[in-house]
Ligand binder design. Structure first.
Ligand SMILES: [Fe+2]
Ligand SMILES: [Fe+2]
Length: 179
């Protein structure tokens, strides 16, 4: 059985993961409209991944005797200055999510809820990867600067990264389904 404090903290994280999914969906849409097809593919895949993070929390909470509760969400912005602006915001958002995960982890330890602490380890590891990928992409966009050729190359790289992400999502879905 889960405590009310942990239930509240996990429900808050469920809201944040759903919010992340919508923020990236909005960024994906902007990228598609503005001719960054590779970035759009990566962000659409990223949006799906955040939905998966949300779902994993919902299942965990319900399995432990809590009740998952969805929340109202803000309308995500559709106004971005550039691809650089998009990825600056991606990195900032991931840093915010990492801090949030660390906070729930600290609460779970304070509550002597080691099962939740153990469950959250997956998110802690995931956040290291999320931040490092966002930082790597951002560095390359910064290097490309405003130069068209550089951004074109970067967009191709993002398309390749998106294909890799889709393949690992498929593998994870197959494992979860027990196939
Ligand atoms: Fe996430
Ligand atoms: Fe994320």
């Amino acid at each position: 059985m889960i405590t009310k404090i942990i239930e509240k903290a996990i429900n808050e994280q469920i809201r944040k993961e759903e919010d992340s999914s919508r923020i990236y969906l909005s960024m994906a849409s902007w990228s598609q409209v503005n001719g960054f097809q590779g970035a759009a593919e990566w962000l659409y895949a990223q949006s799906d991944e955040e939905r998966m993070h949300e779902l994993k929390l919902i299942h965990y909470l319900n399995d432990r005797g809590g009740t998952a509760q969805l929340a109202d969400l803000e309308i995500p912005t559709t106004k971005f200055k550039s691809l650089l602006d998009v990825f600056q915001q991606v990195l900032k958002h991931e840093e915010y999510i990492s801090a949030s995960i660390n906070e729930i982890y600290a609460i779970s330890i304070k509550q002597n809820d080691y099962s939740t602490g153990n469950f959250l380890q997956w998110y802690i590891t995931e956040q290291i990867e999320e931040e490092s990928t966002a930082k790597a992409v951002l560095d390359q966009i910064q290097l490309a600067g405003e130069e068209k050729g550089g951004l074109f190359h970067m967009d191709k790289e993002l398309a390749a990264l998106a294909a890799k992400k889709r393949a690992s999502q498929l593998a994870a879905a197959t494992t979860n389904a027990g196939i």
